[in-house]
Design a binder for this molecule. Structure first.
Ligand code: GSH
Ligand code: FE2
Length: 292
């Protein structure tokens, strides 16, 4: 089986890991979960992360074939639209993004938002496959963290985003609107049913205890060492996950980011003065943590 060449780019500000996955034969590649930089204090955006990815692609003589997101992110803006504007490559996400769009359309009261996923070039369903050069990519629906989450399985590798983090970091939260710890458990089982030596690439690393950022593990390592799954039943997992979620404040950028990410990473249209504005609903989400 042809194996992909994988490079991870860790964004320290958000703990996100962005990937380039390349076909060693044709030099075509896909980008997974690119970040558009955003500073909420000044309201500025920047393309430092995305430009690093573009520079890497250029310097290695790669051709960008796909811009992939695993789910509508709650902690950063997607750079999918920016990368498409720079390269013309098609964008894609899971088909259930339409359900996520419907949830957030209501929360933001966005009368004009099309909830048909038309903001992307392709919507993947469970079991779909496509090519990056000569690499076969298979899509697995992996709901739980969000309704729309998907994993991409490429050769001996899988991009599992916000399901399992590194074995010392447990799993992703399941308390966003549409999230479910029970669904996340099932999605994690599907991942752990891949061959033991499958290379797993996670979506975030928060560098616990100040260690170096890490993002690659294997099915065998997760089964042996991740405290959220090793020796755990579904009931244990759901209890651990829901208990931890009750302690977590909402991500700093959730209300900033979702309105952009449900539009495929497109910023709101400028108003008549040429300026773009975000919309922040008040009292829309639970989980206020005062004094922190
Ligand atoms: N402190 C971060 C938290 C971001 C966050 O909630 N990340 C999600 C993934 S999008 C998660 O699963 N976190 C698990 C955890 O923090 O234990 C922020 O405010 O952005
Ligand atoms: Fe996430």
């Amino acid at each position: 089986m042809l194996q992909p060449e994988i490079t991870g780019f860790h964004d320290v500000r958000t703990g996100s890991v962005q990937y380039i996955v390349a076909c060693p034969v044709t030099r075509h590649c896909a980008v997974v979960d690119p970040v558009l930089d955003y500073d909420e204090k000044s309201g500025s955006t920047a393309t430092t992360n995305a430009d690093l990815i573009l520079d890497y692609i250029k310097s290695r003589g790669l051709t960008l074939a796909w811009i992939l997101d695993t789910h509508p992110h709650a902690d950063h803006f997607s750079a999918a639209r920016y990368l498409k504007s720079r390269t013309g490559a098609p964008t894609a996400i899971g088909e259930h993004v339409q359900d996520v769009q419907r949830i957030w359309k209501q929360i933001y009261n966005l009368a004009d938002l099309a909830c048909d996923g038309s903001q992307w070039d392709r919507l993947f369903r469970d079991g779909d496959s496509f090519k990056v050069g000569e690499l076969d990519v298979r899509v697995m629906h992996s709901p739980g963290h969000t309704l729309a989450s998907i994993s991409y399985v490429v050769g001996d590798a899988a991009f599992i985003h916000d399901t399992l983090f590194m074995p010392d970091s447990g799993s992703a939260r399941a308390d966003f609107p549409g999230g479910s710890a029970t669904s996340l458990w099932q999605s994690i089982q599907d991942i752990l049913n891949l061959p033991d030596d499958t290379r797993l690439f996670t979506g975030h690393d928060y560098m616990p205890g100040g260690r170096q950022a890490m993002w690659e593990s294997s099915v065998a390592e997760q089964k042996a060492r991740n405290p959220h799954v090793a020796g755990r039943s579904k009931e244990d997992f759901v209890e651990i996950r829901e208990a931890r979620d009750r302690t977590l404040p909402m991500p700093k950028l959730i209300l900033h980011a979702l309105q952009v990410n449900i539009r495929g990473g497109e910023l709101p249209e400028p108003e008549e003065n040429g300026k773009r504005y975000l919309k922040i609903p008040l009292g829309a989400l639970p989980g206020s943590v005062w004094g922190s």
